[in-house]
Design a protein. Structure first.
Length: 93
């Protein structure tokens, strides 16, 4: 066997395995305990289930803390700079 045939075989095998791993999951039913609780007209308070437990956001956030330079740039494009706190000085240039 030539190296070209081996490479083609490995590529084909990889593509087949990739295709099998990308199967769609069937939708699951929502139970009564998973339904969204009623909130105020503005959508708050909101509760978010995380791996560490439930987090309740009582009101709409007024300020946003950015964690990275990339996030700074994105947030500066989509919201007023007055709402951002803790952004990198390079982002303001």
């Amino acid at each position: 066997m030539s190296a070209k045939e081996i490479l083609c075989g490995l590529t084909l095998t990889s593509l087949i395995l990739y295709g099998l791993s990308c199967s769609k999951e069937s939708p699951r039913e929502t139970t009564a305990s998973e339904t969204v609780p009623e909130t105020g007209s503005d959508g708050y308070p909101r509760s978010i289930q995380t791996i560490d437990g439930e987090i309740v956001v009582p009101e709409k956030p007024r300020r946003i803390v950015s964690q990275t330079l990339l996030t700074d740039e994105v947030l500066l494009e989509i919201c007023p700079a007055e709402r951002l706190v803790g952004i990198h000085t390079v982002s303001l240039d």
